[in-house]
Design a protein around this ligand. Structure first.
Ligand SMILES: O=c1ccn([C@@H]2O[C@H](COP(=O)(O)OP(=O)(O)O[C@H]3O[C@H](CO)[C@H](O)[C@H](O)[C@H]3O)[C@@H](O)[C@H]2O)c(=O)[nH]1
Length: 205
């Protein structure tokens, strides 16, 4: 289907707001999230805000069988990939966890996309990939170098996408300040989506 998007990590902060924006833009959404840093309630609230149920699958991006089931059930135009760990400090303490989730998980997702010939991907990267920049403001073409495993995991995925193995069309988002998303979406009601967060928000850079 031309307008169906898989949103991995769609129960998370940016993902849940993106679901609303996608709905407003006329897209159908399927959310795939392991709920490691979110809860089912976020999905319920997005459903409430858009006025219709969102299709949600609880699953891990490293679980190839679960991913295949989702791709069997739906014909996606593309994937917006937010699922990932994002705490710099935790990544220094547990680098393997970060490479496993963020790199191996993304490779598994890309392999399943290739299997099902889904050609479009937006990848949620991070401005962390610019490391300690030499000049400000940072131009998009500034050199990338990372100072921690979280940033390295995002940069590694960017390199994989730049190798153009699969998918053919991809973009990486490198954002600094993702606050005030509700204002950006011009909907004051959106502010309550993540109020139910079970754990304190992990900080990203
Ligand atoms: O392996 C994983 C890890 C996490 N998640 C889920 O992914 C979502 C991530 O949402 P967060 O609220 O934790 O993160 P943010 O929306 O704030 O962060 C987004 O923007 C960051 C950049 O600042 C990173 O790109 C990050 O990967 C991306 O999700 C959560 O629902 C979490 O449960 C998974 O499904 N699988």
């Amino acid at each position: 289907m031309k307008n169906k998007i898989l949103v991995t990590g769609g129960a998370g902060y940016i993902g849940s707001h993106t679901c609303i924006a996608l709905h407003q833009a006329g897209y159908e959404i399927v959310v795939y999230d392991n709920l490691s840093n979110s809860s089912r309630e976020a999905i319920n609230r997005v459903s409430y805000l858009i006025g219709k149920p969102i299709e949600f699958v609880k699953g891990d991006i490293r679980d190839v069988k679960a991913l295949r089931q989702v791709f069997d059930a739906h014909q996606f135009f593309g994937v917006i990939h937010f699922a990932g760990l994002k705490a710099v400090g935790e990544s220094v303490a547990k680098p393997l966890l970060y490479y496993n989730n963020n790199v191996s998980g993304t490779i598994t997702l890309l392999e399943v996309m290739a299997e099902y010939k889904v050609k479009n991907l937006v990848f949620s990267s991070s401005a962390t990939v610019y490391g300690d920049p030499e000049t400000l403001p940072i131009d998009e073409t500034a050199p990338r170098s990372c100072t921690n495993p979280y940033g390295q995991s995002k940069l590694t995925v960017e390199h994989i996408l730049e190798d153009r193995a699969y998918p053919r069309r991809s973009s990486s988002l490198r954002y600094w300040l993702e606050s005030n998303l509700s204002e950006i979406l011009q909907s004051s009601r959106c502010a309550s989506i993540r109020a139910d967060r079970r754990r304190p928000k992990r900080h990203s850079k």
